[in-house]
Design a protein around this ligand. Structure first.
Ligand SMILES: [Zn+2]
Length: 256
């Protein structure tokens, strides 16, 4: 296959987000074999999963039927891994949890499946709140050799009631009025092209499903609803199922 010439900006690293521009004349593009909708200007985001392999593949197809491909070398990260000689302290799931959880998970998957056409992904993401980072994306505990789930977002510790702002323009796709068992008051925003933000443990949500929010707009307030040991914001970002590191996307934090 002939080499393609995608223009790429951003650092290709596990948990990172890069922006690609399709080669001139491309009528279709795919990432690791999965088709990506083409935008009018040919630019699109690609999220690189926390566990992305060393090699990713972009493919362009052209009107005459020929295809061209381009490899992307994805740099590995050294995730914080803690090895413990004990079993996890997870509470035994209650009957109440088991009864409620399937509907909550269904709501989350339905929200993630919404394919918005918004342009928020073109913005440089800003911190929804600033403060002490109390939990790193990707951190993982291994209990007597059994890996636990890794931490899927960045935690920022601030008092209950601290305003949370939209990190980029987008459409509200989930706003949990009643707290979810784990996530509490969960808010999800679609930034377009498969890029989503989720905000967990909020004490209140100030927007509703279908609202269009702009970068910096207040969307809710920090809390400790759901499974949380203290007030903090858990902010997670996904791109078509790949989990990304919010710290890489938002960059260095300017303290307030
Ligand atoms: Zn967290």
């Amino acid at each position: 296959m002939a080499p393609a010439s995608f223009a790429i900006t951003g650092e290709a690293v596990q948990g990172g987000l890069i922006i690609a521009t399709a080669p001139r004349g491309a009528v279709g593009v795919a990432f690791d074999g999965k088709p990506i909708p083409l935008t009018p200007d040919g630019r699109f985001p690609i999220g690189l999963d926390r566990d992305a392999g060393a090699d990713a593949l972009l493919t362009a197809t052209f009107a005459d039927g020929h295809a061209a491909e381009q490899r992307i070398a994805v740099a590995p990260r050294a995730w914080r891994i803690e090895r413990l000689d004990r079993l996890p302290k997870y509470p035994v799931p209650s009957a109440e949890f088991q009864r409620r959880r399937p509907a909550e998970l269904a709501q989350i998957s339905a929200a993630r499946a919404i394919e918005g056409a918004g342009d928020g992904w073109r913005q440089h993401l800003t911190w929804p709140v600033t403060g002490r980072i109390s939990g790193l994306f990707g951190a993982q505990r291994i209990y007597r050799g059994e890996p636990g789930a890794y931490h899927s977002g960045t935690d920022i510790a601030r008092p209950t009631g601290t305003i949370v702002r939209a990190p980029a323009d987008g459409t509200v796709i989930l706003a949990a009025d009643a707290p979810f068992t784990l996530e509490g008051h969960l808010l999800m925003i679609d930034h377009g092209q498969g890029l989503n933000s989720a905000f967990l443990h909020l004490s209140r949500i100030d927007v509703k499903v279908g609202d269009y929010v702009v970068q910096g707009q207040p969307i809710g307030a920090i809390g400790m609803t759901g499974r949380a040991t203290g007030p903090h914001l858990h902010w997670s970002v996904t791109w078509r199922g790949s989990r990304l590191d919010p710290m890489l996307l938002a960059g260095p934090m300017n303290a307030e």
